[in-house]
Design a binder for this molecule. Structure first.
Ligand SMILES: [Zn+2]
Length: 410
């Protein structure tokens, strides 16, 4: 499976599934100098064997994108290393979900995003505040920094996003209020400072600091804004009668994006079934991967995708939630989310196991999936990077975390 670095790598004989083009066929993919040179049948013939990765029986997709992870390792106390969320789990691109505010973003960039040891393509949503620290004890909320208007500097927010435009894809907002529950100065401020970038908001509460109610939050979102943890239980997407609230239907109609943002407690099969039955589907799948969920119940992006398969979404729709859809959500579909000649070679290779049942857990409920996805490797910046070790999963490792606290997410 391992191929030495060469200028040409061929992913040979895999089932290429690319929702961006509707492709689903057994094809070879030729990568030359970091660019997809060709996608077609029988392209590997005559090429030196050393540059060929045998993908027979495997899925070959555009490079997976995990839209919500926490990988600013060393900032706060709960991040995983970028490659642990990224290429070591077969995911060439990850997007940090607002671990850093603007005041610490430049050092986070030097220490993590641009660090020579980081092989994963790292993008980021910045927190709207100057100071935000994602910690297990919610220090930014406990000290009332997260809901202190003095922590906002909208000029610096705009400047930080501009200065880091190559990696900053938007803003993460914890929609706290400062007394008037009809308005969040942090959400309003982010919209004002970044009129053209998506805002990712957290659906749910925080300890210590009040947030605006879900229906008010949904009403305040623009086209292209992203609701993460959208399928958490009790998130206010459905009213007391169980029906979808009109504010959610309106938001979906105007193009607000619904993201899984699994986390330890923020994805519930029960809630997802209710919303799926009413036609409310996830646009993007993401893990919210951090130190406290990486060994269960989340494990990996591919395990999260397996959970969507368990809920009977089709394979091509599931692959779309981690490729073309997140690429569009972060306005990077010119370089990410599709597999076609001339494009940068970010590619994922997975094994589709079809001899289930494969049990998966949302942290509360175990469901048997007939199918499971398992990461094999990825092409990142033209280089084939095999997944170095078996990635843990519920099916193989189980999970013994009891009674997770609510809102263990950031
Ligand atoms: Zn998060």
């Amino acid at each position: 499976m391992t191929a030495p670095a060469t200028t040409t790598t061929v992913l040979a004989g895999g089932r290429v599934v690319d929702p961006a083009s509707g492709t689903d066929a057994v094809l070879d993919v030729v990568v030359t100098d970091g660019v997809v040179a060709a996608v077609g049948a029988d392209l590997a013939a005559g090429l030196p064997e050393a540059g060929v990765v045998d993908c027979a029986g495997l899925l070959v997709t555009p490079g997976l994108i995990d839209l919500h992870v926490h990988i600013m390792a060393g900032l706060g106390n709960f991040c995983v290393e970028p490659d642990e969320a990224g290429v070591d789990r077969g995911v060439p691109t990850v997007v940090d979900g607002g671990t850093s505010g603007t005041a610490t973003f430049d050092i986070s960039r030097r220490a993590v995003i641009d660090h020579p040891d980081t092989r994963t393509n790292v993008l980021a949503f910045i927190d709207a505040n100057q100071l935000y620290l994602a910690t297990k004890d919610f220090i930014a909320h406990r000290l009332h920094i997260a809901d202190h208007e003095g922590n906002l500097d909208l000029d610096e927010l705009a400047a930080c996003a501009e200065r880091n435009a190559d990696v900053v894809v938007g803003c993460k907002v914890r929609a706290c209020h400062t007394g008037d529950p009809r308005h969040s100065p942090f959400l309003d401020g982010a919209h004002k400072a970044l009129p053209n970038l998506p805002i990712m908001v957290h659906l749910g509460r925080f300890p210590h600091t009040p947030v605006i109610p879900p229906r008010t939050l949904l009403e305040a979102l623009r086209t292209g804004d992203i609701v993460t943890h959208a399928f958490r239980g009790g998130g206010g997407m459905r009213g007391p009668d169980g029906d979808v609230v009109p504010e959610l239907l309106d938001a979906v109609d105007r193009g607000v994006i619904l993201d899984i943002g699994h986390s330890g407690t923020d994805f519930r099969f029960r809630e997802a079934r209710q919303l799926f039955d009413r036609g409310i589907m996830p646009d993007t799948a993401s893990t919210d991967l951090n130190l406290f969920n990486v060994n269960g119940p989340v494990f990996s992006l591919t395990e999260t995708l397996t959970k969507l398969l368990a809920l009977e979404m089709s394979l091509i729709d599931v692959i779309a939630t981690a490729t073309v859809n997140p690429a569009e959500a972060i306005k990077r579909s010119d370089v990410l989310g599709a597999l076609a000649p001339g494009r940068r070679a970010d590619i994922s290779v997975m094994r589709l196991l079809d001899d289930g049942p494969y049990p998966v857990s949302d942290g509360h409920e175990v469901v048997d999936s007939p199918l499971a996805l398992e990461p094999v490797g990825s092409v990142r910046a033209g280089e084939w990077i095999p997944v170095p070790a078996r990635v843990p999963s519920y099916a193989a490792d189980g999970w013994s975390w009891t009674a997770p606290p609510d809102d263990q997410d950031w």
